[in-house]
Design a protein around this ligand. Structure first.
Ligand code: FEO
Length: 169
């Protein structure tokens, strides 16, 4: 059984994961407006992953006898200055998510809630990957910054990303 505090914090995370998806969808819309379909594809896949994360938190609250209470999701930004600015914001966002997952783990350990700690372990590792995949795109964007046509080459690269449903225990 979850403590009330843990139930509330996990519910907050459901909202946070859906917000992450909403943010990536807003980024996809920005890229679609620019005609960068590959960048948009990357963001759509990111959004699907975030939904999978949210659904896993949702299921976990239920499995542990808690009550899911959905919260209002904030509106994401609409515009950015450049593709690089978009990915820099993605990285800053993922770093916040990493800190939230870390705080959740701290709470689970403090409460000796071993089931929640075991559940969160997957998300701890996932955040390492999330930050690494965004950083990889930032590095590529910096490399092509002064190369005419660089965005379009990278666009073709990002078009290849496919959604693989995460296997979350
Ligand atoms: Fe659900 Fe991008 O972390």
């Amino acid at each position: 059984m979850l403590s009330k505090k843990m139930e509330q914090t996990l519910n907050d995370q459901v909202k946070w994961e859906y917000y992450s998806g909403y943010l990536y969808l807003a980024m996809a819309a920005y890229f679609e407006e620019l005609g960068l379909a590959g960048f948009a594809n990357w963001m759509h896949i990111q959004e699907q992953e975030e939904r999978a994360h949210a659904e896993r938190f949702y299921s976990f609250v239920n499995e542990r006898g808690g009550r899911v209470v959905l919260q209002a999701i904030d509106a994401p930004p609409v515009k950015w200055d450049s593709p690089l600015a978009v990915f820099q914001e993605s990285l800053a966002h993922e770093q916040k998510v990493t800190a939230r997952i870390g705080a959740l783990m701290d709470l689970a350990l403090k409460e000796k809630d071993h089931a929640t700690a075991a559940f969160l372990q997957w998300f701890i590792s996932e955040q390492v990957e999330e930050e690494a995949s965004v950083t990889e795109v930032i590095q590529k964007l910096k490399l092509v910054e002064s190369t005419p046509g660089g965005w379009f080459m990278l666009d073709k690269d990002l078009a290849l990303r496919v959604f693989t449903p995460p296997v979350i225990p």
